[in-house]
Design a protein around this ligand. Sequence first.
Ligand code: FE
Length: 237
Amino acid sequence: MSAEYNPQCLFNLTYGIYVVTSCAGGKANGQIANTVVQVTAEPARIAVALNKENLTHEYVSRSGVFGVSVLAKETPMTFIGLFGFKSGRDVDKLAQVEYKEGSSGCPVVTENALAVIEAKVVSTLDLGTHTIFVGEVVAGEVLREGEPLTYVSYRDIKKGKAPKTAPTYHGPPPAGAKERSGVKLERYVCQVCGYVYDPAAGDPDNGINPGTPFEDLPDDWVCPVCGAAKDQFEPEE
Ligand code: FE
């Protein structure tokens, strides 16, 4: 057997983007996870891998139940940032989104979700940094038709490569937006989450017009995905 191993091979695996929720002791939380898979059909079971440091991991361990929301392709980056780059120990994430109480008593997030699934943990596997929770599906609902968000399209949108068909595409930049005084406007990358600020596109969701150079962003502007401050950005290589 060959011992060759190119870590890049793992980048060919495909994933979705989900919100996994749980609750314990009267508190609830949710987090982004890309590792949610159906593992058996009879009975229907799903598995999710969660980092042990996450609050949701603690709640699933304690309650033995979890919810999964399958996110739609047009889910805004700020929504993903809330669940993916903030801790439930610092913010009440569920207070900021639409959710409903599931059959287990724990919330399932309905905002930006195509479907919600609830599962009761039947097996766990300790993997050091993470735990895999295998849950038997106890409830599930299709909320609306749509295309699920994949990890690849999430990454492309975040890096400013949104296709023109994407709802996050804000149209062509105004004439002269790419250059000012003959100088090409530089793109800046968030060192926390990888979001790319493209001056040609601006950040219209947060009142920043297309054509605004990074240097001209207000001091209190923050990364629309993870909330990092301006000084966490570096020019794109
Ligand atoms: Fe960021």
